[in-house]
Design a protein. Structure first.
Length: 292
């Protein structure tokens, strides 16, 4: 089967979003929750370039309402048209941000020439309320003005000038409980909670009432892919907080504020639901992790 045929086979209908990973209601493993945005220290002004000051973020701009974990034979780009989020989670007039982290499930190679293959998609669905959206639409400065430029980037001469400000923060909140080798401990100590720009390994898509950001870990550097490959087996013991932020560069754009954040609570990638088995919207009997 060629790539186009395989892609067509994967896009065989609209699926119900939020059906594969439950929201945390207790201390059970393999679920998601929403940590305080203040868990993440972000840039503040004035003159961040000189002062290098960071403080806990204000409340996040968007609210995570569902998370999915799919396994798939190849990367799932731009999945928003293939998913439906229930109206109770996606109220009329609000705006949906989808973060689709595409993760490889094969050994990294320094001489890698193929950048696709079996893996997972960890998908966050974040809602911007109608009230916040209205504020963004008229904002000319601050974090909301920065977000307006991101959402309207396709109208500018150089969309990448603002797209390339997207960054991701991963923070292992229970480092002391996770068993790391001595060499890994130094890496975790150095990079835990450190922001990483997602460029150029991302794609941004805009549609009616939604924005999707695809982060392609398949195309990260060899060191990045090797690190993920080494750590993914320990995810079932980790409490991993993940946030997405637009990088502020001037006083007028400061302070930075978390766009949205999610806690992956001891998530086991082996329990990912195959994309082909995720229930179609047309299925008369849909059982959804989000509804349970």
């Amino acid at each position: 089967m060629g790539d186009d045929e395989e892609d067509a086979a994967l896009r065989d209908g609209v699926r119900k979003a939020g059906c594969t990973l439950p929201h945390q209601t207790s201390e059970q493993a393999h679920c998601w929750a929403v940590p305080p945005a203040s868990n993440f220290d972000l840039r503040v002004g004035p003159d961040y370039r000189r002062n290098k000051q960071k403080r806990p973020s204000q409340p996040s701009i968007c609210r995570v309402v569902a998370v999915d974990l799919f396994s798939c034979p190849r990367k799932l780009h731009h999945i928003a048209p293939d998913l439906h989020l229930d109206d109770t989670l996606f109220p009329p007039g609000s705006h949906l941000f989808i973060i689709n982290c595409m993760l490889p499930n094969y050994s990294p190679s320094m001489w890698q020439t193929v950048w696709d293959g079996p893996g997972w998609s960890l998908v966050m669905y974040m809602i911007m309320s109608q009230e916040t959206l209205q504020e963004v639409r008229v904002a000319t400065s601050g974090h909301l003005g920065l977000l307006r430029r991101f959402m309207d980037a396709e109208l500018s001469e150089n969309p990448n000038a603002i797209y390339d400000r997207m960054k991701m923060i991963g923070k292992i909140s229970n480092v002391e409980e996770v068993e790391f080798y001595s060499t890994e401990k130094s890496v975790v100590s150095k990079y835990n909670a450190k922001p990483v720009l997602t460029r150029p390994q991302h794609q941004i898509f805009h549609g009616e009432n939604y924005t999707e950001v695809d982060v392609d870990v398949h195309t990260f550097s060899f060191i990045g892919r090797k690190g993920f490959h080494g750590f993914n087996g320990r995810l079932p013991t980790m409490v991993l907080d993940v946030a997405f932020v637009l990088e502020a560069e001037t006083n007028e754009e400061l302070p930075e504020v978390v766009l949205g954040c999610m806690r992956a609570f001891k998530v086991d990638l082996r329990k990912a639901v195959p994309w082909s088995e995720c229930p179609l919207l047309s299925d008369p009997a849909i059982e959804c992790a989000q509804d349970s």
